[in-house]
Design a protein around this ligand. Structure first.
Ligand SMILES: [Zn+2]
Length: 366
């Protein structure tokens, strides 16, 4: 019997990766936060030392509460109120993802949170798009292939979701690939935004919903059966509808069975879930069981700044916790690409021309 060695950190970094759940305002470089704060006169940062600030975000976000985790975004949103800041951060996001070996990404942000400096909603979208395109070009100049699409998020405790959904449709052929709702889940069920979701369905547009992160099965059920979500942001609580018996046999409840049967993608974010207390540790993360049961599981970063993470780091944690090899990681990556919101032929092209050859090359090294 031969044992295949686990992939090294360097191999994980070089492996083609697909990211579906990443927040623009959760992925700034710490030194950029400091520079932008100084440029716009924002005095609220806990420190102006980039290394200490990075550590502060990680610590403040690791409180075990989603609400406290979300409060750390006040600082990043505060420095993202001009077109220059939005374009810079979007360009750096694209470069950082390309550097990390990400080949396709959907990065989300809430346009309504960037209006304090007098920008309009379209101004915000255009500034971010300009940054993504610039970042893609810089990455391409270094020989890295990355395509990045934007998801427009509406805040679930506010009442602008229909307007943001219309904005997503308006920019659907200019860099925006879908829609999302985010924010504190408890007390803000997705059905509050039915008008937006019904509009998107009539427009044949794609959307995902943060559901089943801090709140349980009713939120997942509403997101799918009332709102018609294409994907679930997190969805970890689907585990509450799965029973593992003492003999190891597994029974799925009706909702879990539906999610698996319909191949509904789960945008899982392991480090983030541990920080917000949704899951107690990486090794106890439901992703292990859900992968075994062949749910349409994907791996994501959520907030690279708040979790001090990257796609490579998330994969390294899964390799360590579950012993995943290249085959598992390729499966997770293809799952993500199949679930992307770009057209079918574009997804196939990335799978056939980038992901499969990339993993084959890594396997050949072993
Ligand atoms: Zn998220």
């Amino acid at each position: 019997m031969t044992l295949t060695p686990l992939p090294s950190h360097d191999q994980l970094r070089r492996a083609p990766k697909v990211l579906l759940h990443d927040h623009l305002d959760g992925g700034l470089r710490p030194d950029t936060v400091v520079e932008l704060a100084e440029a716009c006169g924002y005095a609220g940062l806990p420190t102006h030392d980039p290394a200490a600030l990075g550590a502060w975000f990680l610590d403040a976000a690791s409180s075990g509460s989603l609400e406290r985790y979300l409060r750390t975004f006040a600082h990043t949103v505060a420095v993202l109120q001009t077109p220059e800041a939005l374009t810079r951060v979007a360009a750096e996001c694209a470069q950082d993802l390309a550097e990390d070996g990400v080949v396709y990404a959907e990065v989300r942000y809430a346009p309504e949170q960037h209006l304090e400096g007098g920008l309009s909603l379209p101004d915000v979208v255009e500034a971010v798009n300009a940054g993504f395109r610039a970042g893609e070009r810089l990455a391409a100049a270094e020989g890295r292939r990355l395509r990045i699409g934007a998801l427009l998020t509406a805040m679930r405790h506010r009442a602008r979701s229909r307007e943001i959904a219309e904005l997503a449709v308006r920019y659907r052929d200019e860099g925006v690939v879908g829609f999302d709702i985010a924010g504190a889940e408890a007390g803000n069920p997705p059905t509050r935004h039915l008008d937006a979701f019904e509009y998107l369905q009539r427009e044949n547009a794609h959307f995902t919903i943060h559901a089943g992160e801090a709140f349980g099965l009713p939120s997942i059920w509403q997101a799918i059966q009332w709102c018609g979500a294409d994907r679930l942001g997190h969805g970890v609580r689907i585990i509450d509808d799965i029973r593992v018996e003492a003999d190891g046999s597994v029974r799925l409840g009706r909702l879990a069975a539906y999610v698996r049967d319909r191949r509904i993608p789960l945008e899982m974010c392991p480090s983030s879930n541990v920080q917000t207390g949704a899951v107690s540790s990486i090794s106890e993360h439901p992703i292990g069981l859900l992968r075994r049961l062949q749910f349409r599981v994907t791996v994501n970063t959520d907030n690279r700044l708040m979790s001090a993470t990257s796609m490579t780091t998330e994969m390294a944690k899964l390799v360590k916790a579950f012993g995943y090899g290249l085959d598992d990681l390729q499966w997770l990556t293809i799952n993500a690409m199949k679930s992307a919101f770009v057209p079918f032929e574009d997804r196939l092209a990335v799978i056939d021309e980038v992901i499969k050859p990339g993993y084959a090359a890594l396997r050949a090294e072993v």
